[in-house]
Design a binder for this molecule. Sequence first.
Ligand code: EPU
Length: 418
Amino acid sequence: MDRFLIRGGQRLHGTLNTSGSKNAALPALAACLLTADPVTLEGIPNVRDINTMERLLAHTGATVKREGHNLTVAAHELSKPEAPYDVVKTMRASSLVLGPLVARAGVARVSMPGGCAIGARPINLHVTALESLGATTHQDHGYIEARAKDGLRGQLVTFDKITVTGTEDLMMAATLAHGETIIENAAREPEVEDVAQLLTKMGAKITGAGTSTIRVQGVKRLHGATHRIIPDRIEAGTFLIAAAITAGEVRVTGCQPLHLGALIAKLRHAGVTVTEENADTLLVSSNGPLRSTDITTEEHPGFPTDLQAQFMALMTQAAGISFVKENIFENRFMHAPELARMGANIRIDGRQAIVAGATPLSGAQVMATDLRASASLVLAALVAKGETLIDRVYHIDRGYERIEEKLQGAGADITRVA
Ligand code: EPU
C-alpha cells in the first residue's frame, strides 16, 4: 500500500495547475448513459473515482475510450443497467447512474451504499425523487431496483434537504421524462450547473441550474456532444491553503476564482494575500502571522465541506482560537485526532472543532481516513518539523491527480513510497 513521505519546512514557490473537477466529471460520465450516441468529455482528471466510474459504465454495456484527459463514452445499448456492490462500496457517487439508467432503460438496479468514513450517506432522497416521477422501487438483497417501463413523468419535486448528487441524478432523469419537472430546494453547486450545460449540449431543455429552482422540460431523446469539465475548485482550494500554510508564494493556474469565493474570503481574513491575476489564475502569498478564523460549512455558495479538513490544518498555524463547524456531514472530523498526533491542539464538541493555535507541528506516522482528511494531513506535514509518513494514500488518489508530483514542482519534499 502506497504511503507519502514528507519532510516539512519548505516554503512552496512556483505554479500549481488545477485538473478538471472530479465531482463534475462523475455526473457528466453518468449523463453519457442517457444517449445512444457517443459523448466526449474533455479535462477528465485521471483519479481513482473516475476510473471506478469508467468500470461502472463498462459494466452497464457502454464502451469507454480514454485519450489522455479526454474520455469518449458510447452507450449504444445498456445490456446490464446496474451498479453492483463491488463498485458502490468503493465509490458512493455510483448512485448517480440510478436516474440515467431508469430514464433510458426503464429499469435500474443499484447497490445500496453502506456507511462511510464521513457519515451515513444514504440515497433516500434520490429514490424518493425518482418515485415522484413515477418510478416504482423495490429493495432487496442490498439493492434498490427502480422501474419505469412506460417512462417517467415530469413533476414538482421539492427536496427535503439539499443534496448535490441527488439534484444531479433527478435532473438527468428528468431530461427524458414526459412533461416538465420542477426541482425545488436544488443544490446550487457549480458542478450541478456544469452537468446542466453538458445536458443542454446533448439536447436537454433545462433552465435555472445554479439556482435553487431548476426546470427541466423532458425531450424524447438526447444526442451526442463534446464538453469540457470545469476546473476542480476543491483541488485549487487545497493548493491555496498549501501556499498559505507554508508561508509561500504560489500561482494557482487553470482554476475558476468565482467558484472559490467563500474560501478566498476566509483566507483573506486569516491574513493571506490572494490576488486574481486573471480569469483563471490566483496568486497567493503569506508571510505574516496567520489570524484565527472561524468557518461553518454550508451548501454552495457557503464554505465547502470538502475544504473543511484542509482549513482546519491551516488554523493549527493561526494565533488564537478558531471554531470549525461542520454542518453537512455528521462525522467529518477524523483528521482531527491525526492532526493532534502531530501536535495540534483541537477539541471536538459535537459538530464543532475548536482549534487553539498556533502550535508547532512535528512529523509523525499518521493515517489517511478519507479523501479530504488525507489532503489535510499532507498540508500539515508540509509545515511540520521533520518527517511525516502518511499511510493509506489510496484515499487521496481517489480525488487528486498526482498530487505529490504537483507539490514537488512547487518545491515540496514529498515522495510516494511503497
Ligand atoms: N443526504 C441524505 N439523503 C440522500 C442524500 C444525501 O440524507 O439521499 C444527506 C447526506 O447524508 C449529507 C447531506 O444530505 O448529510 C448532503 O449530502 P449530498 O447528497 O449533498 O452529498 P453527495 O451528493 O453524496 C457530494 C460530493 C461530496 C461533497 C458533498 C457535499 C460528489 C460526487 N460528491 O456528495 O464530495 O462532500 O456533495 O458538498 O459530488 C469529496 O469529493 O470528497 C466528497 C465527499
